[in-house]
Design a binder for this molecule. Structure first.
Ligand code: ATP
Ligand code: MG
Length: 562
């Protein structure tokens, strides 16, 4: 991370350097086209947001276009539910796709490309079973493979068999179409890879039109080429697939300076987080979380529900940058980006999550007044609001101690604190129950300190928040924490499910200043001194629900200052 990678100053990286270079060299007629190609088999997560920010960001910065393209070539796991959520999430992240495309709409063209490969003597129908192939033909890293006995079939025979595969004449798995490349290649992906297989599965967009489906490594370069993609950006695990990507384009005659180029970058990984779709699906299906949008999930919809602003995700990606080094980012950096954003934008309110009643004994029993409170000290233009004050208020239980240690600046018997936007408050007496638990405080205020200003220059060190006990609105507060107890869930062969934190979700009853009951769902606020919270769609004005986004303490910022 370098210092100048800020919002005003977009990060430059090796991929942007390549783009600049290609533009200067006049490749692809000076056009820039990228794509974000999710498989619609799950909800997208913060890792995808890295790819999204890169693909859409480059298109935007260089005056190009970025398509959202669903890589829906595997009919067994895909669904429109995922398609809809992905479109919504990409837009919420702040990007507008130039087009929304579906790889499956190219099945006819892909089929034609496969036929063309056969005609060029570059593909053949193979009848070896997957087991036979793996055991006796594929070879391994140390030994070259052996040629399939079907490798030298005539073009006519291959065309006939492939047509009949398409027409449904053969059972699933009985035949495949293979690219004819090099059984001795050091790269196993180049040892006559399968490019079409027979699979009788209904496709969510094309029903039973097809019983053969193209494999990813064949389909992806074609999808890119059909759309005029210039830079096909993907994560590092595709690096060893790149020779095959290029082989497909070479074999079909795409000229080198007019075709997509695959470039790989490292994935985003976060501590305390699992990012594999398979694991996320398992958490949802087996009810370890309440759904894809559980606020503890690293999914975009989960983060949105938790109250994470899209801008914080964009900022995180900017700071992490684009490299080829595999690494894991401290989740504290994400939390830092969230705080930084919400500190500037979230209006502040007072809420008490663990109440202790305070009676102000020198305040008239029926007395009320309205005090002025500033909405956001970071944004004076957002003005102020009125807070109703009265004889009975609630404070946070942990803002009082019966036997305070040295250096405790909050409330204890005989000591004075400032009530935020209120008065200087002194504790006269703590009322305890038969077990010695404090159940109530009797306090007095200095009437001359209205607004929290010292009447005579005397200082109080502590300022605490409060709500009016008579007007406070009760709310359900959902306290979320990291989902896992360890930095690398699932590492070293440990079952990641055994590392779930049973305390990652707790609920509390909070007492809110009344304005909070009217906050629209999805809006973020700061509960002063407590943290950032977002109003949840489950709530109503009568029964508000707030999700904790993050606490106020920022360990990342402190680490950076050291
Ligand atoms: P699968 O496990 O199903 O392959 P995937 O996470 O790779 O899941 P895709 O739908 O294939 O999901 O991903 C779409 C794009 O997002 C790909 O280009 C992929 O490289 C990128 N992507 C996925 N996960 C990350 C990540 N953690 N960091 C950066 N990019 C990612
Ligand atoms: Mg993938």
């Amino acid at each position: 991370m370098t210092e100048n990678m800020t919002a005003e100053n977009p990060a430059t990286d090796f991929i942007r350097e390549i783009v600049v270079h290609d533009l200067e060299a006049g490749k692809n007629d000076g056009k820039i086209v990228t794509r974000f190609p999710p498989e619609p088999n799950g909800y997208i997560h913060i890792g995808h947001s890295k790819a999204i920010c890169l693909d859409f960001g480059i298109a935007k910065e260089f005056g190009g276009k970025c398509n959202l393209r669903f890589d829906d070539t595997n009919p067994t796991k895909e669904d429109t539910e995922y398609v809809d959520s992905i479109i919504n999430d990409v837009k919420w992240l702040g990007w507008e796709p130039a087009n929304i495309f579906y790889a499956s709409d190219y099945f006819d063209k892909m089929y034609e490309c496969a036929v063309e490969l056969i005609k060029r003597g570059l593909a053949y129908v193979c009848e070896l079973s997957p087991e036979e192939w793996d055991e006796s033909y594929r070879g391994n890293l140390l030994t070259p493979g052996r040629e399939s006995p079907f490798r030298n079939r005539s073009v006519e025979e291959n065309l006939d068999l492939f047509t009949r595969m398409k027409n449904g004449e053969f059972p699933d798995g009985s035949k495949v179409l293979r690219a004819k490349i090099d059984m001795a290649s050091a790269n196993i992906n180049m040892r006559d890879p399968v490019i079409y297989r027979i699979r009788r599965a209904s496709h969510f967009r094309h029903g039973d039109k097809w019983c053969i489906y193209p494999m990813y490594d064949f389909a992806h370069p074609l999808e890119d080429a059909f759309e005029g993609v210039t830079h096909s950006l993907c994560t590092l695990e595709f690096e060893i697939h790149r020779p095959l990507y290029d082989w497909v384009l070479d074999s079909l005659g795409y000229p080198v300076d007019h075709r997509p180029r695959q470039i790989e970058f490292s994935r985003l990984n976060l501590t305390y987080t699992v990012m594999s779709k398979r694991k996320l699906l398992q958490l949802v299906k087996e009810h370890y979380v309440s759904g894809w949008d559980d606020p503890r999930m690293p999914t975009v919809c989960g983060m949105r529900r938790r109250g994470v602003p899209a801008s914080a995700l964009r900022e995180l990606n900017k700071r992490v940058g684009i490299t080829k080094f595999d690494g894991t980012t401290d989740v504290a950096l994400l939390e830092h980006c969230i705080r930084e954003e919400l500190n500037a934008t979230a209006p502040r309110f007072m809420a008490v999550l663990d109440p202790l009643e305070v009676e102000i004994v020198n305040y008239p029993a029926e007395g009320i007044e309205d005090l002025d409170a500033i909405n956001n000290p970071e944004r004076p233009e957002e003005g102020s609001r009125k807070l109703r004050f009265g004889r009975r208020i609630l404070i946070e239980r942990n803002d009082f101690m019966l036997e305070p240690p040295k250096g405790y600046y909050r409330l204890s018997v005989g000591k004075e604190v400032r009530l935020r936007y209120g008065y200087f408050l002194k504790c006269e007496r703590a009322v305890t129950d038969e077990n010695g638990n404090v159940v109530k405080l009797e306090c007095s205020i200095d009437l001359a300190s209205r607004g929290g200003n010292s009447p005579d220059g005397r200082k109080v060190k502590g300022t605490i928040h409060w709500v009016n006990a008579d007007t406070a609105v009760k709310a359900e507060i959902r306290l979320y924490d990291r989902l896992f107890t360890v930095e690398q869930p699932g590492a070293d062969g440990v079952d990641f499910l055994t590392q779930l934190d049973p305390d990652s979700f707790k609920t509390a009853t909070g007492f809110l200043e009344p304005a909070l009951a009217q906050i629209p769902a999805g809006q973020s606020v700061q509960f002063e001194r407590t943290g950032y919270f977002a109003s949840d769609p489950d709530g109503t004005p009568e029964h508000p629900v707030f999700n904790r986004t993050v606490g106020l303490k920022d360990s990342w910022g402190k680490q950076q200052q050291k």
